[in-house]
Design a protein around this ligand. Structure first.
Ligand code: HEM
Length: 406
């Protein structure tokens, strides 16, 4: 085997059984800025630079003038024909990105997020109680997938019964490397089109009949504060994907981690008030639901003795950074008391730092609070089934039995 085979982290197949942490460790140690050859047909033909050390990922994230999201978008593929007509906020550089971000941030204020908490907690309590009452159940489809959909439906004011449409569209768009979602690039494109149309209809309905939701806020601004219809539709599209898969996988990996490390479950249970905030951050680090994003070098850049050439594709590898042993002691241990925990699961700062951090943390906190109250402990019934993807660290199914609190 060549070095390239031994450290291949570009192929989707490599992620089917587990995250290849040994390969990331080797890259951090031996080739922190590594020219990875193309390993999937849609990746850049000339390969891409993998940045794997924590400090470098953080630096590159902040230096957006050097590492552009706008030139070729934020997804690691060669061609993005959609960029011409469908450039989302993650595929823009400042100042265009700043303008959009300022506009849409109004829908994500702490006040908006707090206002969702009560209803969200109620829904979570019911969903957990129904699942826990069964002999065994799939934690992913019955709990982890449901809650982010409820949250997005709530945030956008979507009819609640439409949330499963959003689930299917976003699975098809993002899981197109996995046979279970049977996506071809054409199907992904079609799902994107349907979701786009759906957003468009929603916007039209809100203009006629305004409501107290983020859609109305975003559409009712004046002048250059206003989102165009197209920008709005793209934003709904992004939210449906960004707020859905990511949080679902954070929740699923959270439970999976507690199953693998039962002492940590016992600790969290002994005093949720004391341990839960730390547990959420450790779940985010451990899970790293989005493993990487793409940037493109705006000019020649020297790093660790190699030259990234202008126009080269660069992969910021958040997964590798979150297991960097120079920052996180015993990174393979799930330790809810880890402190400090400067993980980069939401990006390493910089202009694109996740807009949904408060919402994601709220969803995670409410679910795990509820689980700790209702469940004594979980038993794993079948091994976790992973998503075939080098991009999303996904769990598709996790069959468990919940032993309720006596
Ligand atoms: C655990 C859950 C989540 C994780 C791990 C996550 C991760 C990320 C990451 C890594 C980025 C940076 C993109 C880049 O580097 O180019 C990002 C951006 C973004 N996220 Fe999240 N996210 C999560 C939940 C959410 C939620 C719930 C929402 C909204 C409902 C959301 C909305 C966004 C948006 C709009 C951006 C783009 C921001 C910009 O380009 O300015 N995310 N997210």
């Amino acid at each position: 085997m060549t070095f390239a085979d031994e450290v291949n982290i570009g192929s989707h197949d490599v992620f089917v059984n587990s995250v290849p942490h040994d390969r990331f460790a080797r890259l951090r140690r031996e080739a922190p800025v590594y020219l990875h050859p193309q390993s999937e047909i849609d990746q850049p033909a000339d390969g891409y630079w993998v940045i794997s050390r924590h400090a470098d990922v953080v630096k590159a994230n902040r230096q957006w003038e050097n590492f552009s999201s706008g030139l070729k978008g934020a997804i690691m593929v060669e061609d993005r024909p959609d960029l011409e007509m469908a450039r989302m906020i993650i595929d823009l550089d400042p100042p265009e990105q700043t303008r959009l971000r300022t506009l849409v941030s109004r829908g994500f204020t702490p006040k908006v997020i707090r206002s969702m908490e009560g209803h969200y907690r109620e829904v979570t309590r019911t969903i957990v109680a129904e699942a826990v009452a069964k002999d065994s159940f799939d934690f992913v489809t019955e709990i982890a997938a449901e809650l982010p959909l409820v949250a997005i439906a709530e945030l956008l004011g979507l009819p609640i019964e439409d949330r499963h449409k959003v689930f299917t569209w976003s699975n098809t768009m993002i899981g197109n490397s996995d046979p279970e979602y049977a996506g071809t690039p054409d199907m992904a494109q079609a799902a994107m089109g349907e979701l786009y149309m759906y957003a468009n209809e929603l916007a039209a309905a809100r203009k006629i009949e305004p409501r107290q939701d983020i859609i109305t806020v975003l559409l009712s601004a004046e002048g250059d504060q206003q989102l165009s219809e197209h920008e709005f539709d793209l934003f709904v599209l992004l939210l449906a994907v960004a707020g859905n898969e990511t949080t679902r996988n954070a929740l699923a990996h959270g439970l999976n981690a507690f199953l693998q490390f039962p002492d940590q479950w016992a600790k969290a249970k002994s005093d949720p008030g004391k341990y839960l905030d730390g547990a959420i951050e450790e779940i985010l680090r451990f899970a790293t639901p989005v493993m990487q994003f793409r940037r493109t070098a705006t000019h020649d850049i020297e790093m660790h003795g190699v030259t990234i050439k202008e126009g080269d594709a660069v992969m910021l590898n958040y997964m590798a950074a979150n297991y960097d042993e120079t920052v996180f002691e015993n990174p393979l241990e799930f330790d809810i008391t880890r402190s400090p925990n400067p993980h980069v699961a939401f990006g390493g700062g910089g202009p694109h730092h996740c807009l949904g951090v408060s919402l994601a943390r709220l969803e995670m906190r409410i679910l795990f609070e509820e689980l700790l109250v209702q469940v004594d402990h979980f038993e794993q019934v079948a091994p976790a089934e992973r998503l075939r993807s080098n991009f999303i660290n996904g769990i598709k199914h996790l069959q468990v039995r919940a032993i309720p609190v006596a």
